[in-house]
Design a protein around this ligand. Structure first.
Ligand SMILES: Nc1nc2c(c(=O)[nH]1)N[C@H]1C(S)=C(S)[C@@H](COP(=O)(O)OP(=O)(O)OC[C@H]3O[C@@H](n4cnc5c(=O)[nH]c(N)nc54)[C@H](O)[C@@H]3O)O[C@H]1N2
Ligand SMILES: Nc1nc2c(c(=O)[nH]1)N[C@H]1C(S)=C(S)[C@@H](COP(=O)(O)OP(=O)(O)OC[C@H]3O[C@@H](n4cnc5c(=O)[nH]c(N)nc54)[C@H](O)[C@@H]3O)O[C@H]1N2
Ligand code: SF4
Ligand SMILES: [Mo]
Length: 738
């Protein structure tokens, strides 16, 4: 019998010997064997529905199964989110699982500098020994983790609890910092809890939809389809410096000067107040701070706003009057707002517009942040990074006591301080205070701002562990230890989409080689670390879900009414909150219908501030504003998954490109598709020139999907959310390689 078959037999024996102790071999069962363990309802030639693992729209895909393996998929017809549609990434979701560069075994860097395959036992022992040694030498705060919005909620919670309660870490943040931190802080300060209020039905019920710094045609294609289903002939407004695909499909596009949104929204508030186009009753009954806000926006006259934003005065009045004339106005924002050095106040300026016009808590309204990754919302509530599990607060002793008692752990194990934010963790690596880093399901050596510096900084670490599906990611290549992870489709758990809908991931394929579901990796680490006693009840993702339910009780995100995974499956996803005792009659629910917010007095707050100036203005040497963002609906982030599909590859440029306005191109003598050099004060890269009228003169745009882009970005951060300001810095385009 071959070695592999012997292992398989051993594992099978273990699997079928019921209720035995959890062992490493048993964990391997999740991948190597893959036989006889698929849930009974997936009989051969059957189908099952599960949520897509890319973006936060949260479409359901119907997976076609033959001989216990997924062979194909189609978009689910009767799922309330996508109603039978999927974008190219969804259609190709199974392909990246079969890629040849999947990590099928752990890899350890040996003294010669090479990464060599090792078995799980060696990997786990090394993981524990090295991290413990670092902690003993440099203190408790010397190890940290970076997590994600792309694994299941149960796995995030396990990771957060294991790292902070089991391994004694204090610092752990997620890639959601790059993405949603601004919306989180804006909502918390304005509403008292991080709560995007809408349901996708609102896209269909609005008569005015205002999209700010959002390009859903590319980034949330199926959400955008919901706009097309709107029967009210709505006014669709796009506020974006570029004429994006979404702007082209809109009824009105306002191409403001980058990062002047805050001025524009204060200016709109000024006009709405002056013309008395406000909902006085709503302001009176449900908000605080309006008089101060009114005084603040006094100086934002249309003339001044026009000067700053580059919009004509009549455009500013037009926009105010469209907002006034709408009966159901909804405001939607994404990264053009969040990724800014004044993102929180900009998001709150939109919230203020919704509050002052009473456009919230009713169908077709809302101040609505669209999330990004499939489980950004799960990460916001349950990753134990910024918040204590379930939206609790590390600094609140009652919260710590409550969570400890539900988990049956000593409250002393819960850190009494907040984690450092992502950029602060990086700073601590610079100052050699953090020496060990564990990176899970994110690729910071591509996605973090200002890469040249980041790559340098990471060499300060004594031990870098990367837990990923692929051994080829930019970050995995720098790792001392790679832990091979199963991906979407190879494991189960829940995720939460943009409209707060909890959906299911199911296991419909087996992970290759010895790759394990993140859940199993965390379980094994708990065991090797010696803290498995804390996690006795955490026996499966669904068991964790039951624990998280109890933790959510009494919180705005209470989900105690959801019985189990089966209920989520049958209900076609369930939105939070869903407390015990409420009936599942209406599966499309929005928040604040009763006008009550989560602050102690039940009221929302008007929050505002003076305008900040751009951290890196353009000048003679760097005359262009560099904007970055999503390039196509077939590319996902750092491309570890989408680049594996031959079909998706036909839909985007293989080479990095820079979009530039025709007049500017002519001025510097650049031709279509010619290689040019793009430089900022951080570095210089080569890119293909894409001459398009969709970017304005003086601006250039580069998609984030290419490794080069973040070599150029400037590390500025919003002071409240610590979110990186990816979407502005000063750049130069030339033929000069030096
Ligand atoms: N195909 C695809 N879809 C995705 C993703 C992906 O990688 N690929 N990623 C997912 C994730 S995690 C996220 S967070 C979302 C992001 O979704 P979006 O935020 O919609 O995408 P971006 O292209 O990053 O940024 C949106 C727009 O902001 C504009 N912008 C830049 N600066 C400003 C400004 O100062 N003001 C205004 N008003 N606009 C500005 C840009 O021109 C851009 O068109 O997409 C999700 N969906
Ligand atoms: N210039 C610029 N930079 C940006 C942005 C921008 O607009 N402009 N946008 C920012 C935003 S909004 C975001 S969200 C970030 C995204 O940045 P990242 O999070 O770095 O991007 P991904 O490519 O999604 O990385 C996810 C990693 O997890 C792995 N993975 C996938 N599934 C699993 C799993 O189940 N388990 C494990 N263990 N691994 C898995 C993938 O192979 C991949 O390596 O980028 C940010 N960077
Ligand atoms: S829109 Fe998002 S959730 Fe829907 S299929 Fe595309 S990537 Fe998946
Ligand atoms: Mo994101």
């Amino acid at each position: 019998m071959s070695e592999k078959n012997r292992l398989i037999k051993k594992i099978k024996d273990l699997v079928y010997q019921k209720d035995g102790p959890f062992t490493q071999e048993l964990a391997l069962e999740s991948s190597v064997v893959g036989l006889g363990k698929l849930p009974k309802r997936f009989l051969p030639d059957q189908t099952t529905d599960m949520v897509c693992g890319f973006c936060s729209v949260g479409c359901a895909l119907t997976i076609h199964i033959k001989e216990k393996e997924a062979v194909n998929l189609t978009p689910t017809l009767d799922y309330p989110v996508n109603l039978g549609q999927a974008c190219p990434k969804g259609w190709e979701a199974l392909t990246p699982l079969k890629a040849p560069d999947r990590a099928t075994t752990p890899y350890l860097r040996v003294p010669s500098g090479k990464l060599v395959p090792v078995d799980w036992d060696t990997a786990l022992k090394t993981f524990v020994n090295r991290f413990k040694k670092i902690q003993q030498t440099y203190g408790q705060e010397s190890i940290a983790f970076l997590s994600t919005g792309q694994i299941c909620t149960e796995e995030m919670a396990y990771l957060g609890a294991l790292a902070k309660f089991g391994m004694g870490m204090i610092h752990g943040d997620g890639n959601t910092r790059q993405c949603m931190a601004t919306a989180v802080v804006a909502y918390k300060q304005s509403f008292g809890f991080d709560a995007p209020p809408y349901t996708y039905k609102d896209f269909e019920k609005s008569d005015v939809l205002v999209f700010v710094g959002a390009n859903p045609c590319i980034a949330h294609p199926i959400m955008w389809e919901r706009v097309y289903r709107n029967p009210h002939n709505p006014e669709i407004i796009v506020i974006d410096p570029r004429k994006t695909e979404t702007a082209m499909a809109a009824t009105k596009h306002y191409a403001l000067v980058p990062k002047t949104d805050l001025t524009l929204f204060y200016g709109l508030a000024h006009i709405l107040i002056e013309k008395e186009w406000i909902d006085k009753k709503y302001i009176e009954n449900h908000t605080n701070g309006f008089e101060e806000f009114k005084a603040h926006v006094q100086k934002f006259t249309p003339e001044y706003v026009s000067q700053v934003t580059g919009l004509d005065i009549h455009q500013i009045y037009e926009l105010a009057s469209i907002i006034h004339s709408g009966k159901r106005v909804s405001f939607w924002w994404t990264m053009g707002v969040n990724q800014s050095y004044e993102g929180v106040r900009t998001a709150q300026a939109l919230i203020n517009l919704a509050l002052m016009t009473g456009n919230i808590g009713k169908p077709g309204t809302g101040a609505n942040s669209i999330t990004g990754q499939c489980n950004a919302m799960g990460s916001r509530l349950f990753s134990n990074t910024t918040n204590l599990l379930g939206g609790h607060d590390f600094l609140n002793p009652h919260h710590c006591q409550k969570v400890a008692s539900i988990l049956g752990i000593d409250p002393e194990l819960i850190p009494k301080q907040n984690s450092l934010a992502y950029d602060e963790i990086i700073e601590k690596i610079v100052s050699s205070k953090i020496k060990g880093l564990w990176v899970i399901a994110t690729n910071p050596a591509h996605s973090w701002i200002n890469q040249n510096e980041f790559r340098q900084i990471i060499t300060n670490l004594e031990f870098l562990v990367v837990q990923d599906m692929y051994y080829t990611t930019e970050t995995a290549k720098l790792a001392d230890l790679i832990l091979p992870a199963a991906g979407w489709g190879e494991k189960e758990g829940t995720v939460i989409n943009s409209e707060r809908r909890i959906g299911l991931f199911k296991r419909i394929a087996k992970a290759p080689g010895e790759a394990l579901a993140d859940f199993y990796i965390f379980k094994l680490i708990a065991q090797y670390w010696g803290c498995e006693k804390l996690f006795e009840e955490w026996t499966s993702p669904e068991a964790i879900f039951q624990i998280l339910k109890r933790i959510s009780k009494g919180m705005p995100c209470d989900i105690t009414g959801i019985k189990d995974y089966k209920m989520i499956d049958e209900a076609r996803g369930i939105q939070w909150p869903f407390p015990e005792g409420i009936e599942l009659k209406n599966n499309e629910r929005r928040l604040f219908e009763d006008g009550r917010y989560y602050h102690a007095d039940g009221k929302a707050r008007f929050i505002f501030e003076n305008i900040r100036s751009s951290p890196e203005p353009t000048d003679e040497a760097y005359p262009f504003v560099l904007l970055t963002g999503r390039g196509s609906s077939s590319q996902w982030h750092t491309q570890t998954r989408t680049s594996k599909s031959a079909i998706l590859r036909t839909m985007y440029s293989k080479d990095v490109y820079v979009e530039i306005n025709p007049t500017d191109a002519q001025k510097i003598n650049i031709e279509q598709n010619q290689w040019v050099f793009v430089a900022t004060r951080r570095g210089k890269i080569k890119a293909l020139a894409s001459i398009v009228p969709t970017v304005k003169r003086g601006q250039i745009f580069m998609p984030m999907h290419y490794e080069e882009t973040n070599k150029l970005t400037f590390p500025a951060f919003d002071p409240y959310s610590r979110q990186p300001s990816y979407k502005i810095c000063a750049a130069n385009v030339s033929h000069n390689p030096y």
